[in-house]
Design a protein around this ligand. Structure first.
Ligand SMILES: *Cc1c(COP(=O)(O)O)cnc(C)c1O
Length: 227
């Protein structure tokens, strides 16, 4: 079995300039994260508030923690002081809460809007039209403690790579459309978070700037150990 360090280096070597790696460490212990950290990885992704906060509190303070899961509004307060990017904003209500909690701790929190691109019913996110509607509205413009930095999406979990490519391409197209319309004149709407262990090559080809890779780096997750 190859080591976490070897896996990381292999992924880094594959990333074109401008594409960053979020090492998805959910369900993996601090020792695994520390091995990746010592190899040089600084961005880690987690999908549970409690787990991420416990890891943040006990691991090196220069780690950038990205929240990649479904975020409940009543839990934003636990991560507001330290989270560096929230990938999964899927409602205006959640964005308003992040703004409120960021203001409370005197921060501006970077956020991505999650877009539903997969055919599966279970994935969260805005449809492209809901996203356009949100950005055409005035509510989000009054939020001074969040910064919309781009979009995030998950492709259908399928071996049909043509379909996966099509879904990533459609997200990239929406991203460009928003850059040229609602976000024109801003420099920070620049992140497109897409690609996981099984489809990150397709995501990079389609213009991803942030790949979220877990299993390929850390191995299979042991869900039975979940508290
Ligand atoms: C768990 C997770 C990943 C990583 O998945 P792997 O298949 O282990 O690479 C990426 N993105 C999100 C949103 C996740 O929840």
């Amino acid at each position: 079995m190859s080591s976490i360090a070897d896996n990381l280096k292999q992924v880094w070597n594959e990333l074109p300039q401008g594409v960053r790696l979020v090492a998805v460490s959910k369900f993996h212990p601090n020792e695994a994260i520390l091995e990746a950290y010592r190899t040089g990885q600084r961005i880690f992704g987690e999908s549970k508030v409690q787990e991420m906060t416990a890891k943040h509190d006990s691991l090196p303070q220069d780690i950038e923690w990205h929240f990649i899961g479904h975020l409940q509004t009543n839990k934003v307060k636990y991560i507001a002081s330290y989270v560096s990017l929230i990938h999964g904003i899927d409602s205006l209500r959640l964005l308003v809460e992040v703004d409120k909690q960021a203001a409370r701790v005197g921060r501006v929190i970077d956020c991505l809007l999650q877009i539903h691109i997969a055919q599966e019913e279970t994935k969260f996110g805005f449809t492209p039209d809901e996203c356009r509607e949100l950005l055409d509205g005035k509510e989000w413009k009054s939020l001074t403690h969040v910064r919309l930095c781009g979009l995030m999406g998950m492709a259908t979990n399928t071996g049909n790579l043509a379909q996966v490519r099509h879904e990533f391409d459609s997200l990239h197209q929406l991203f460009r459309e928003i850059q040229n319309n609602q976000m024109s004149g801003t420099s920070w709407f620049s992140e497109l978070s897409m690609g996981m262990s099984h489809d990150y090559h397709e995501a990079i080809e389609a213009g991803s700037t942030l790949v979220r890779i877990g299993t390929h780096i850390f191995g299979e997750r042991d869900y039975s150990a979940a508290k």
